[in-house]
Every structure is written in C-alpha cells, then in structure tokens.
Design a protein around this ligand. Structure first.
Ligand code: URA
Length: 225
C-alpha cells in the first residue's frame, strides 16, 4: 500500500471508521454491488465530516452520483446552491448543460459517475480554499480508487488544478491528455463557463470526441483476446 493510501486510511480511522478495506485490489476484484457498497460507506463518512468550516454552512453533503463502475468520471469544483439543497452534483443550470453534453456523447448520467473535488458548498459560491481542498482530498481519491474509471474529465481550472496538484492554466491544458495514477485525464472547460461563453462549446465538444474515441478503443482492447 502506498504512502498516500496509508495517510488516507489513517484519516478515515480518525473519523472513527475502522472496518474499511482500502486495498485497490479489493475494489478491482469486486463486482458492481461491492463498489456500490464501498461508495455508500464513504458517503456515510462524508455525511458526518466536520473537518473544515464548510460543515457549518452546508445543507447537504454532495458526495457523487452515477455508476459505481463507470468508465467515465466527471469531476467538477464544488456544489452550488441547487446542489447543496438537493445533495446531488450538477443539478442547476450548469448541471443541465453537463447532462446535455453527456447525452450528446450517447450516454446518460447513470452510465457515468459525477462528483466534485469539494463535497460541501462554499458560501456564496466562492472558490474553495486550499485547506478545504486538502481536507476533502481523501474523498475524491477514494471515489477514483473504487470506481477505477478509464477516463476522468475535469471541469474547469479548479477541478484540474486540485486533482493534479499543479497550477495548470485551463486554456493551455484543455484538450490535452494528462495522467492521474495511470488513469487518463481530459481537462475541459466548466459548463458554467460555457453558459457565459457559448463560443467555447465547440472546444468542449472537440475534447469530448477525444474522450469517446479513447473509451471505444479501451473497450475494444477489453473485448479482444
Ligand atoms: N459546479 C460544480 O463545479 N459542481 C456542481 O456540482 C455544480 C456546479
């Protein structure tokens, strides 16, 4: 088990969570129901989380939704007002646009997994602060470990920088494949940016075409002997 995973396990133990098997192999070997159960266990830990100041102002923890063994995972920044009220990521106007993008890829929200870097709404939708990102990091890392997607799409600068722990410029990084512990990462614009700048939709569509091509070649490799 690597250091990051050991730290994460220590943190979860600190939460009083003692029955967690964090071996990546277990998630890899398990069926969809096991992955669903592991995600539900982690969601319960998140629901009780008081690690940062956002716990005091949230209505709901917004953990994540979708298929527990999705090939494709979308990662946004943090819940907004609608998401905080509903407890589900990307359900407001930007969320509707993300749903349309997913449909255009001939998928549904149930086929993919959708989560945010930060699980609680920052007041007035301000940017998440560094301590909030760090306290929340074990949750997104664990979601990725359990789901083991083939491709991650990061939505916007903050999701990209927070996941990769590097100060990328979104305009330069967008559309270029990156690697997160062996998983392909495609950075693209945030749907809220597309609402303000519809001319950027074509760039996002170009990025999603690369994602679709990668997913179909990955599934062809799985089928071939
Ligand atoms: N923006 C995000 O980054 N995430 C959401 O869930 C909603 C809006």
């Amino acid at each position: 088990m690597n250091d990051a995973l050991m730290n994460e396990l220590a943190l979860l133990r600190e939460f009083g969570y003692t029955h967690l098997d964090v071996s990546g192999q277990r998630a890899a070997d398990s069926g969809q129901e096991d992955q669903r159960a592991l995600l539900a266990e982690m969601a319960a830990v998140a629901n009780a989380c008081q690690k940062c100041k956002l716990a005091k102002t949230r209505t709901n923890v917004v953990y994540g939704v979708g298929s527990p063994n999705a090939d494709l995972m979308f990662i946004g920044e943090a819940p907004g007002r609608d998401e905080d009220l509903k407890g589900e990521p990307f359900v407001g106007r930007a969320g509707q646009l993300l749903t349309d993008i997913i449909k255009a890829m001939k998928l549904t929200r149930d086929d993919v997994y959708i989560a945010n870097i930060i699980k609680c709404r920052p007041p007035e939708n301000r940017n998440p602060e560094p301590d909030e990102i760090e306290e929340c990091r074990p949750f997104i890392r664990r979601q990725i470990e359990i789901i083991q997607p083939k491709v991650i799409v990061t939505l916007g600068r903050i999701a990209l920088q927070s996941l990769m722990e590097r100060d990328y410029a979104i305009s330069g990084a967008r559309g270029q494949w990156l690697d997160f512990h062996g998983i392909k990462v495609m950075p693209t614009y945030h749907p809220a940016y597309l609402l303000r700048t519809p001319s950027a939709k074509k760039d996002v569509w170009a990025d999603m075409k690369k994602v679709m091509a990668e997913l179909s070649s990955a599934s062809a490799e799985t089928i071939e002997p």
